[in-house]
Unconditional design. Structure first.
Length: 267
């Protein structure tokens, strides 16, 4: 039987690549986006969904269950970026990113869990970020949303295991997607104490995304994980140095690790 897969944020980037890749493996795939634009060539179904709106989530879940009778896999991929010095970034903008990256993912899990519990089976993959393993300068709020989702995933994984439901996180490094265009960028204010260094880091971040890995690498990892009976808690997909940076944080004294980050970000 073909597995029924639901992927949020499937209009572009990782989500779109994953939807197409899983469809090519004969999965029945439903992708979502806030304003999706389907084409006749899409091998999957695109549905409108805003992860910050409960009624929007419930409508999509009910539609899929009514049509397919089950949901086997949820890939929580929808997310947004944010950059800026903490002091200069409007708190309301910080809350918006938490609503999407953190609470949106939680609400998606809460929406599919009753059906998965009824099935006594299901897999949930939360797309986090290598940036969630460390507080990155001028990306602190983004790091916080992904780090928080990582910890919640650890907790809920233990809570639902008795029902035959598996939960794992997959943390990508820099990926060549349009996330930079969709980020909230705190303006480089003329009178900001962080003006010069923030501008340098904005340019650095954009260059990292432009030269990032192909999102198909994430699609392949997601495919591998959903075919495991007992997946690990966390997976990382990125360059050697991106993954090694997590190891270094565990083994280096905190001040030494901080110095490495500051040198990297020219602070």
């Amino acid at each position: 039987m073909s597995k029924i897969v639901l992927i949020t944020g499937a209009s572009s980037g990782i989500g779109k690549s994953t939807a197409a890749f899983l469809a090519s493996k004969n999965y029945t795939v439903y992708g979502t986006g806030r304003t999706p634009k389907s084409t006749a060539d899409d091998p999957y179904t695109l549905l409108p969904l805003d992860v910050t709106k409960i009624d929007s989530i419930e409508k999509v879940i009910q539609h899929i269950i009514a049509k397919e009778g089950r949901i086997d896999v949820l890939v929580n991929n929808a997310g947004m970026g944010i950059t800026g010095p903490i002091e200069d970034t409007p708190t309301d903008e910080m809350r918006k990113v938490f609503e999407t990256n953190f609470f949106g993912s939680i609400d998606m899990m809460k929406a599919v869990l009753p059906q998965m519990r009824k099935q006594q089976s299901g897999t949930i993959i939360n797309v986090t970020s290598i940036a969630g393993y460390m507080g990155l300068p001028y990306r602190g709020i983004y790091s916080a949303t992904k780090g928080a989702l990582d910890l919640v995933s650890e907790a809920i994984r233990m809570e639902v295991k008795e029902f035959g439901i598996q939960i794992a996180t997959i943390a990508p490094g820099d990926v060549a997607t349009n996330i930079a265009a969709g980020r909230y960028h705190t303006p480089v204010f003329e009178n900001s104490a962080y003006k010069e260094k923030y501008q340098v880091n904005l340019d650095l971040m954009d260059s990292h995304v432009d030269s990032g890995m192909n999102p198909i690498k994430m699609a392949e990892q997601i495919y591998d994980v959903i075919n495991l009976k007992q997946p690990n808690v966390h997976y990382k997909v990125g360059t050697f140095m991106e993954k090694f940076s997590i190891v270094l944080k565990k083994i280096l004294p905190s001040k030494q690790y901080e110095k490495l980050l500051m040198n990297h970000y020219k602070l």
